[in-house]
Design a binder for this molecule. Structure first.
Ligand code: R5P
Length: 297
């Protein structure tokens, strides 16, 4: 039996190296670049014939990544790969899970269909499951989800004394309650109304349990950053100390990392999307999920 081969799509080299090292399997190479007109050139530098291929591609800024990824999967199959699977530490296009207005594209379903048609299985970290109960509602290939909550708990337990865990909205209660239980801290959840892509309104019901505790905001995603920035502002307004902001996926659109830093927040993210705030390492959990699928080592 030939051993599996881990191959990073561009800019995913660090995660691919770490997973390959953990599993003690080979790492392959793809050459990829854009032609002057923006089209993609792609070539497997490694021999993939007969191999169990695992492509690593986190899917922040997904529009520029998904097409090369589909090209890579199709090419690998044409070159005789035994199987072609995907580790996407951040899985994009999970938010539009319903047709809110007539005529809207339910893009989560479309991306799920494209990826499921191209790959044998998928491993990801905490996809944004809001109205879907699980990925299997839209992904037809087998999927495995890594949960970052235990890693977040570990970071808080090691770095914050006497914390209170705060979720910026009701959706975050799933992470916040699990993390609070793990670290033995109280938690509360703010109330959020989203007024637009870049506008949210937050309110807090009670400051009970706050006294003297270090606030730690926990959420799955920081995108425009408005949720975290508004939460920091609200807590300050109530005389609470500037919180630490912990998120699984730091997309940091609109320079929101800089805005959060200006607000005095200490921001921490998982390495599902490479960024200077990465302090939580999901490599081992991702590698173990890969190992479950490939049944190797
Ligand atoms: C909400 O549904 C999510 O859990 C996050 O709170 C949200 O995606 C953050 O987005 P933004 O940073 O744009 O406020």
């Amino acid at each position: 039996m030939t051993s599996p081969l881990i191959i990073p799509m561009p800019h995913n080299e660090a995660m691919a190296q770490a997973i390959a090292k953990f599993l003690d399997v080979g790492i392959g190479k793809i050459e990829s670049r854009s032609f002057p007109d923006g089209e993609t050139y792609l070539r497997f530098e490694s021999d993939v014939a007969g191999r169990t291929l695992v492509l690593i591609c986190t899917l922040d800024r997904p529009n520029e990544k998904i097409l090369p990824l589909l090209f890579a999967a199709a090419t690998a199959r044409q070159l005789g790969a035994k199987s072609v699977s995907l580790v996407a530490p951040y899985l994009a296009y999970m938010r539009q899970d319903r047709r809110f207005k007539p005529g809207e594209a339910v893009t989560s379903r479309e991306v799920a269909r494209l990826l499921s048609n191209s790959f044998d299985w998928l491993v990801t970290v905490d996809p944004h499951l809001h109205r879907y109960g699980s990925l299997s509602e839209i992904y037809t290939m087998p999927t495995q989800v890594v949960h970052a909550a235990p890693l977040i708990s570990q970071w808080i337990a090691t770095n914050v004394s006497n914390p209170i865990i705060i979720g910026p909205d009701s959706e975050s209660e799933q992470w916040v309650s699990a993390v609070a239980k793990d670290v033995g801290a109280p938690y509360t959840v703010l109330e959020k109304t989203r007024l637009g892509d870049r506008e949210v309104k937050l309110s807090i019901k009670t400051l009970e349990n706050f006294n003297g505790r270090m606030p730690v905001l926990v959420d799955d995603i920081i995108s425009s950053g408005r949720t975290m920035i508004e939460a920091v502002r609200l807590l300050k307004e109530h005389g609470v100390s500037t919180p630490a902001c912990v998120a699984v996926h730091g997309l940091f659109s609109d320079n929101s990392d800089q805005h959060l830093a200006q607000a005095g927040a200490h921001v921490v993210t998982a390495n599902t999307i490479p960024h200077s705030t990465n302090r939580i390492d999901a490599t081992e959990l991702l590698a173990l999920s890969v190992q479950n699928f490939i049944g190797f080592v």
